[in-house]
Design a protein around this ligand. Structure first.
Ligand code: ZN
Length: 348
């Protein structure tokens, strides 16, 4: 069997606690067709040797892609981003462009936020028109979800920010979750303000867009969340390196959630505030502070392991990330869906 491309490197992370030695990845079309020791490598039309350690392409689980230059993320090893809220007339064309543009990462998106009339973020200075759909009751909530499903959103994003404005009531929130679930679409919530995380959980929301930071969650809620909810970290939005009170509260919640067995995903909220573009090594360090081991951090920032049948999204780091996950800050993308990632000409 002849592959389109054979990628070799002296080491690879295949999802285990330690690295594999010299490894070859056989690519056919957009998928990995073979992976194993270099000495057993099959033949291929093209062979490329990469210096460093191969990894699955990295994912940032919380960005606002229209506010940044997503090609800079791909260059930094992030082959997939999840856009958690933007105006449809800007985000869907970008999602479509990313499908064919080899310089852009895969972009999966929520589309507009769902919020209460006048609720966050409809009144924010950074928010473009139509960034949010305002829902006032279960009927309008169901109508809003139904209006989004044709675009096959990666998730439905709902905001429960009682510090910035009104929030939807429980019946409306339940309707959002029920309508999304009927289409097999998960719901992601921004929770901010007393009691909002518990409300989200009780309504069936199973992804939190941020580690909650406005209150210390009680132990029973932490235990409930740890059973079946994913938290996207976004610790570094608090203080951008300064150890603020909000950061301490978020880190304390994330540490308890992780230690109770909860699933943590790496996410930065890029596009919101002066965050460094690329892999944010302060976010990586915060995950270490929250108790994640290097291998747990790798799982939080990668999708499926490199294996036959997986989409051929491959990145490389210069040294062993199971020894020091800070090397993720030096990641580069090698392949996006089997296609070599173009080198950047403008030096960033
Ligand atoms: Zn955000």
């Amino acid at each position: 069997m002849i592959f389109d491309l054979l990628l070799t490197a002296d080491a690879a992370w295949l999802g285990e606690r330690t690295l594999a030695g010299p490894t070859a990845v056989g690519v056919r079309g957009s998928e990995i067709g073979w992976i194993g020791p270099s000495r057993d490598a099959p033949s291929a039309v093209t062979r490329t040797h990469v210096d460093g350690v191969l990894l699955p392409g990295l994912t940032d689980h919380h960005v606002h892609a229209a506010m940044i230059r997503p090609e800079q993320l791909l260059a930094a090893g992030v082959t997939t981003v999840l856009d958690l809220g933007w105006a449809p007339d800007e985000i869907w064309p970008l999602v479509d462009r990313a499908r064919s543009d080899p310089a852009l990462p895969h972009i999966r998106a929520a589309g507009p936020f769902l919020t209460a009339p006048g609720g966050y973020p409809s009144r924010q200075s950074w928010a473009p028109p139509r960034v949010a759909i305002e829902v006032e009751d279960p009927v309008s909530a169901i109508r809003a979800v139904e209006s989004l499903v044709a675009r096959r959103p990666a998730t439905i994003k709902v905001t429960l920010n009682s510090e910035a404005g009104p929030v939807v009531d429980d019946a409306t929130l339940n309707a959002v979750v029920g309508a999304a679930r009927a289409h097999g679409i998960p719901v992601t919530a921004h929770t901010q303000g007393h009691g909002q995380t518990r409300r989200a959980y009780l309504a069936g929301v199973r992804v939190l867009a941020h580690t909650p930071w406005t209150e210390e969650l009680d132990d029973s809620l932490v235990a409930d969340l740890a059973r079946d909810t994913t938290i996207v970290s976004t610790i570094d939005i608090h203080g951008w390196g300064e150890h603020t009170r909000d950061r301490r509260t978020a880190l304390h919640n994330l540490r308890r959630f992780h230690s109770a067995g909860g699933t943590v995903r790496y996410g930065t909220d890029l596009g919101n505030g002066p965050l460094p573009i690329g892999v944010n090594i302060r976010e990586i360090a915060a995950l270490t502070d929250a108790g994640l081991s290097p291998v747990e951090i790798l799982r939080a920032i990668t999708g499926a392991p490199l294996r036959p049948g997986a989409t051929a999204d491959v990145s490389v780091v210069p040294a062993d990330p199971t020894a020091d996950p800070a090397v993720l800050g030096q990641a580069k993308a090698v392949l996006k869906a089997g296609r070599p990632v173009p080198a950047r000409a403008d030096g960033d």
